[in-house]
Design a protein around this ligand. Structure first.
Ligand SMILES: [Zn+2]
Length: 342
């Protein structure tokens, strides 16, 4: 197997696959990293909390289901395996009225577009495809491909390109929830992307304003002005003060097994795209975003997520290594670079 930087073999944690290039990492005499040592008891606690979170979600849904005028939940729906599975879970287990919302970032793979149609049709679920104009999207991706505009902590967990795109998605679903009085906002974060402690979280105007403002400020002034209309308008914090939704990401507390998820989705008409990379089942920009991050930081932007899953034993170590320490698909990298004119 080729490593991402031929000739340089990073030393990996013997348990979770974080590399010695990861900022602040330390290894003990057995080659186990400080994150694994620190997380040991937290993981045991989190595992024992899964049932509690499932019943918390049951209760929350009992409280709010059917009360809102149109939808019980708005779902950030990329068409990838995790959000497809989450949508199916919420629809089948809870019979919620769900509005699925897809940000068309101009890099959704054709197979994924088909998956979005097929899954939302099969689930009898509405979908809105939101597509900002190419010039704006291109400006944002060119900027984030060339420069890390976000905080170092943010960049430990995702590339600049992904962070910008996800920031737009989060703002979009929140605005929709506020405008349509929808009580739940659902995400398909994997158990490695977002911790169980945050898996059911009421949002509030104060903290939302802070995080929106931090995200906006990260962009240079001219791009910020163009993007302004996509974030939560200031007036909403007052106007919709009493209807800030609850964010949920159920995959943190339902059993997560990638092979089983893929099988269940395939039986439901979902197809695994062959044209995306190992860490995304929907986006044609991801390989290039990963490559930009690797070159600037020396570690893979998905390694935090995958290491978490290996540590939590929801993914095999070998599988994790294969996902992270394989060279980016050159054809995909070239495709994205050419489209962005880089
Ligand atoms: Zn480790």
């Amino acid at each position: 197997m080729e490593t991402f930087q031929p000739g340089i073999q990073p030393k990996l944690c013997q348990r979770c696959i974080l590399p010695d290039t990861f900022p602040g990492i330390k290894f003990d005499a057995n080659g186990i990293c400080n994150h694994c040592l620190r997380e040991e008891s937290a993981i045991a606690r989190a595992t024992s909390k899964k049932a509690e979170y499932r019943s918390r979600l049951d209760n929350l849904i009992k409280e709010c289901k059917g009360k809102a005028p149109a939808y019980d939940a708005v779902m950030a729906y990329s068409g990838g395996k995790d959000s497809s599975y989450t949508l199916k879970l919420l629809k089948e287990r809870y019979k919620l009225r769900i509005l699925s919302l897809t940000l068309d970032n101009h890099f959704i793979s054709p197979v994924s577009l088909e998956n979005i149609k097929r899954i939302t049709d099969n689930l009898q679920c509405d979908n809105i495809m939101f597509r900002p104009p190419w010039d704006l999207v291109k400006t944002v991706f060119v900027q984030t491909a060339q420069e890390d505009v976000f905080s170092p902590t943010t960049l430990l967990r995702a590339s600049s390109i992904c962070t910008a795109c996800i920031g737009l998605v989060k703002a979009l679903v929140l605005k929709t929830a506020l405008e349509m009085s929808i009580p739940l906002v659902a995400f398909g974060w994997s158990p490695g992307q977002a911790p169980i402690q945050a898996a059911i979280m009421k949002t509030n105007p104060g903290l939302t304003r802070q995080s929106q403002s931090a995200l906006k400020k990260a962009f240079p002034g001219d791009i910020r002005a163009q993007m302004d209309g996509y974030f939560v308008p200031d007036i909403y914090y007052e106007m919709y003060n009493d209807r800030f939704p609850c964010n949920i990401h159920p995959l943190a507390f339902f059993d997560y097994n990638e092979a089983k998820i893929m099988q269940e989705l395939r039986d439901f008409g979902w197809q695994a795209p062959s044209d995306t990379d190992t860490n995304s089942s929907n986006c044609l920009l991801n390989a290039f975003a990963n490559q930009c991050h690797l070159r600037r930081h020396g570690f893979h932007p998905y390694v935090w997520e995958i290491a978490n899953m290996v540590r939590q034993k929801v993914m095999d170590r070998d599988e994790g290594i294969e996902k992270i320490y394989t060279e980016q698909n050159r054809k995909m990298v070239e495709y994205a670079k050419e489209k962005l004119g880089l």
